[in-house]
Design a protein. Structure first.
Length: 343
């Protein structure tokens, strides 16, 4: 009897151990699958880099590495771009909208650190997927059409990746600052212009933004508004005045536009925003214009409490009135005192 008892006990123990081992292996396998999925799918908050073109698609290369400015108005600005690309900012809870962002810099550099990146982080906090574009610059020896090729391509690529990003392909807008406003305006008005030869399936998608924000924008290349650095950098193209004056390409089937500029802007005359507003209004294109008394130029999101610092909230309200940007993020419920006053 003792021998049989010991054998039964050993057999039961081994069965229990095997059962435990199978459960442990199942949990381990599940853990490995979850880890693999997390590795394959970038976490919210991580910045993803998406090249705009196949490797060596454009033969020209800028001499030397990219440069990031460290002083004055060039601080945080990028130049020397050979490989055009987007940096994608995913929100923790995507609301289905996305915005492509073009920083300014007179087509000499791109204000990434002071304008494009803060705007992307603000949009990300609103549940909006943001894409900061590093476009090729005429000042680096690229043809004047290059930034506009990159702008169209960025819109099409973001639409091509919409599903995996949790974005509705009909909810993709654009924001441009200064020269980036000129780029945004040309993409919004000349979205079907054949600025480059198709390279893949993404180029069969529309480059038309669904809504547009033009912030202290360069609009016109024509007198008397032709005194900008952007005009000089694009001027090597014979028809630049006609090709890149946004107000000349306004059309009824373009997206609604939001404009914001300071009246005391001494870099880009406020007449640029006024000319764009008048052209849009004359055609019946939905447009909203905000002219601030003070603020100068190149204020990015604007200092909190300043006049120009109002524009992000105004833009969000305007975009939502057209059905874009999703619902505003919910604010925490205020802590109530015992008397229920909440003060």
């Amino acid at each position: 009897m003792p021998d049989i008892y010991l054998s039964d006990h050993w057999e039961g123990t081994m069965k229990q151990r095997l059962k435990s081992a199978r459960w442990a292996w199942a949990f381990l396998s599940l853990g490995l699958l979850v880890a693999a999925e997390a590795t394959a799918r970038p976490m919210a908050g991580a910045i993803e880099v998406v090249p705009l073109w196949p490797h060596d698609h454009w033969q020209h290369r800028v001499l030397g590495p990219e440069k990031v400015g460290s002083k004055g108005s060039a601080k945080g600005a990028v130049s020397g771009i050979s490989d055009a690309r987007m940096e994608i900012y995913r929100p923790a809870h995507p609301n289905g909208s996305a915005v492509v962002i073009f920083g300014g810099g007179g087509y000499v550099r791109i204000q990434i650190g002071s304008a494009a990146q803060p705007a992307a982080q603000w949009l990300q906090s609103q549940g909006v997927t943001a894409a900061v574009v590093y476009y090729r610059l005429p000042a680096d020896g690229w043809a004047p059409v290059s930034p506009f090729q990159d702008g169209q391509r960025a819109m099409r690529l973001l639409r091509a990746h919409a599903v995996e990003l949790g974005v509705d392909p009909q909810q993709i807008g654009v924001i441009g600052f200064s020269a980036g406003g000129n780029l945004a305006g040309i993409v919004a008005t000349r979205f079907d212009a054949p600025l480059y030869t198709s390279v893949d399936a993404a180029d069969r998608l529309s480059a038309r933004p669904d809504f547009v924000g033009m912030i202290y924008p360069v609009v016109s290349m024509r007198p008397p508004l032709d005194k900008t650095r952007s005009r000089r950098e694009l001027g090597s193209q014979a028809d630049a005045e006609q090709a890149y004056s946004v107000e000349m390409h306004v059309r009824k089937d373009m997206p609604p536009v939001f404009l914001a500029q300071a009246v005391d802007d001494h870099t880009v005359d406020v007449g640029h925003s006024v000319a764009m507003y008048q052209a849009l209004h004359a055609l019946g294109v939905p447009v909203e214009l905000h002219l601030f008394e003070k603020g100068g130029h190149s204020w990015g999101l604007g200092t909190q409490g300043s006049l120009v610092g109002q524009w992000p909230g105004l833009f969000a309200t305007w975009a939502r009135s057209h059905g874009y940007l999703g619902a505003p993020p919910q604010r925490p419920t205020p802590v109530r005192d015992d008397d229920g006053s909440g003060d």
